[in-house]
Design a protein around this ligand. Sequence first.
Ligand SMILES: [Zn+2]
Length: 563
Amino acid sequence: MKKFLSMLLLFGGFAYSQNGIPTDYFSNPLNINMVLAGNFGEMRANHFHSGLDIKTEQREGLPVYAPANGYVSRINVQHYGYGKALYILHPNGYTTVYGHLRSFAGDIEKYAKDTQYAKETFEIELFPEKTLLPVKKGDLIAYTGNTGGSGGPHLHFEIRDSSQRPMNPLLFGIEIPDSKKPIVSAVFAYPTGEDAHVNQSQNRTKLRLIKQKDGTYKTESLTAYGKIGFGITTFDQQDGASNKNGSYKINTQFNGTEKFEVLFNKFAFSETRYLNRYTDYNYYETNKSMVQKLFREPNNPLSIITKEDDNGYITVNDSLSSIYTIDVSDFKGNTMQVSIPIEGKKMEILDPKKVEKTADYIYADHATSITKGKFSIYIPANSLYEDTYLDIKDEGDILKFHEDVIPIHSNISITADISNYHESDKDKLYIGRLNYKGLPLYTSTTRNGDKLTAKIRTFGSYTVAIDTTPPTVKPVNFAEGKWISHQNFLKVKITDDLSGISSYRGTINGKFILMEYDYKKDVLTYNFNDNINLETENNFKLIVIDNVGNSATFEAKFFRKHP
Ligand SMILES: [Zn+2]
């Protein structure tokens, strides 16, 4: 049978790993060595990273080549998120994804641009038919860039299975040299049972790490009792780059028995926000470092947890000594081990669990409505992961809605009564979240008569804010009445002081022009190669509208020689 199987595989012409994943099907989509700025599964704010961030030598415009045959199944252009993104569906059912592109190439670029002009919009999402844009392995499909929510030039590369679940691209035989072991930078204990303690504390306890001669680590010896979980901060570095990427596998044992395993092979996008349950949200918000909790709490359905015994918790008995070990590995199998010696001892608790009791106790599995002054709050069932006391106060126009130290899984509504505002102002109001400077950042707000409603997923202070100032528009590389025959682009800077830019529309001589919006630079760019019928004398007009409907109109005349 085994022989028959391998014959079958050979016949297909591709090699497969043990779990049936093709290991030489996809080639490197770039013609430079793969160096990673980010890897699969690493922890980001509110999500696990779903692909590889491939470095592009700090440059944009590197050619991207199809890593296998297939066809363009989706083109997505957004201001935020993946920016310009391309999806290729391959005959074996996998989809490869390319994000933050500067542009597409050839027929793909032409198809995208034609559609943008036909729909008169920059943002588009298209699902071309199978026969429309076929690609062969090695075809030029796009150029790398820095579009959307990208913090520097790179290619975001993903491989998804036939259910659109992102998979670890390294499973497909992509070679990333890595000779360094992962680093475990901190270890924490979480006493969980009623009478459990760690060094006489019921609270999260940071353990001191001590390096051993053999390169492994040990923590200080603990006295502990009862049901306890552990958590770590970890990162891995590959050869040739200093970026701190995610570790691939974490495995724990208690007295030699396996307790818990986390493996970054695959997840579903519907799971990704449960990162806030898996990591210590409170610690992240206060220390900006992600602690992975090596135990499964209620309301954590994550499939990256691949093995667990008693949800990963250990139970320490009185007067018994035991040992807990954590093995952290990278994809190449380099492993760092940390061991935690534990003395079982039931002791008096000197640092009891800190719980701040308030009037508003929320049952996570119930829907709750709360009214404070002019604000009413609706918390749907399962917006929170656990039953919690919330600290909620209204101070006139400000709603203090706890602090951003507890995660919110799904939307909570905040409604504000605006009947005491001037009728003429009501259209310019929105609900804003106060940032650290006290500025009200726009949250998507809807108005229904005298009620404003915002849906929010972060605790903090919210206020009713007013924006009566229209956006500003400034030309970047031209001026009223000037000749600009030698310029390839027309650029303007657009900004809005409070509620932010909602939409814009540019025309030349009354005809729509495609302007690409880079929100990171506040710049709109039109490419003269788009070949709108220009005259010698041209009238450029741009209308920009902010999120509460304040509108600015900018007009300028420019001259251009044309053939
Ligand atoms: Zn990425």
